[in-house]
Design a binder for this molecule. Sequence first.
Ligand code: NAP
Length: 260
Amino acid sequence: MLRVAGKVALVSGAASGIGAACARVLAAEGARVMLVDLNERAGNAVRDEIEQAGGTASYANLDVTDEEGWIALMDQVRSAFGGLNISVNCAGTSVTELTFPTDTTLEEFRRINKVNLEGTFLATKHQLRLMRDTSPVCGSIINISSVLGIIGQPGIAAYNASKGGVRIYSKSVALSCAKERLNVRVNTIHPGFIRTPLLEASIKRYGDDVEGRKFYDNLQPIGRLGEPEDIAMGALYLASDESSFVTGSELVIDGGYIAQ
Ligand code: NAP
C-alpha cells in the first residue's frame, strides 16, 4: 500500500535539493505532485524525472513571495486536482556572507525574511484556504525550518530569525486549525546540515570540495552530512495518515547536531 496514495501534494523549492527529494518521494508513494519553484528549467526536469518513473507531476513557476501568484496557483490546483491534501513549503534562501549584527544591512535582513518567513506565511495562508474550502477537509502542511530555527549561530542572525519565525508561526497555525476542529495538521521540519546547492557556499568557506565536505562530515555527531532524502522521509511521515495525531510539532532531522 502506497503511503500517500490518492493525495494531492504541493512542494515549493521543488527544483533543487530538499524540495526535489520531497517531490520525488511523495510521487513515488502515490501522490499527484505540483512542483513550484523559480527555476523553470530545473523544475521541469524534476517533473519529467518523476513522470518517467511512473509518477504524476506538474510544474508551476512561482515566486513564493507573490501573494497574487499564490491565489492564482491555488485556483489552478483546485481546477486541476479538486483540492489539496499535502504541502511542503521548502523554498528558501540563506545569507550570502557571515556578518556581525552591527554590519547586517536592513536590505539583507528583509531579503532573507521575505523569502523564508513571508513566503511561508503566504504559502500556508492560501494552501489552508484551499484545504478548508474543499471537502472532505484533510490536510497536512509541512513548513521547512532549520535546526537554526531552534539554536543560534554567529554571523547569520537574519537566517536564524527567519527560521525561528517559521517554527513558531507554524505552531500558532496548527493550534488555530485544531481549535476550529479543522482536519488540517501543521508541523515543521528542522534539517541539520544537508548536502544541497544551498550549502555549497558554506562548504567552500572551509576549504576545497573535499576538505570542506570533510569539515562538515566531522561536524555531525553521526559522522556524515545529511542527504535531501533524509529530510524527504520525514516529510513523507508527516504527510501520511501515519502522523494523524501529530500537529504543532517540530521534527529535527540533523544527525544529532543539536542534541550536543
Ligand atoms: P536549494 O537546493 O537551494 O533549493 C531551494 C530552492 O528554492 C531552489 O530551487 C530555489 O531557486 C528556490 N527558491 C528560492 N527562493 C524562491 C522563491 N522566492 N520562490 C520560489 N522558489 C524559490 O536549497 P535546500 O538546501 O534544498 O533548502 C531547502 C529548504 O531547506 C530551505 O528553506 C532551507 O532554508 C532549508 N534548510 C536547508 C538546509 C541545508 O543544509 N541544505 C538546512 C536547514 C534548512 P533558486 O536556486 O533559483 O534560488
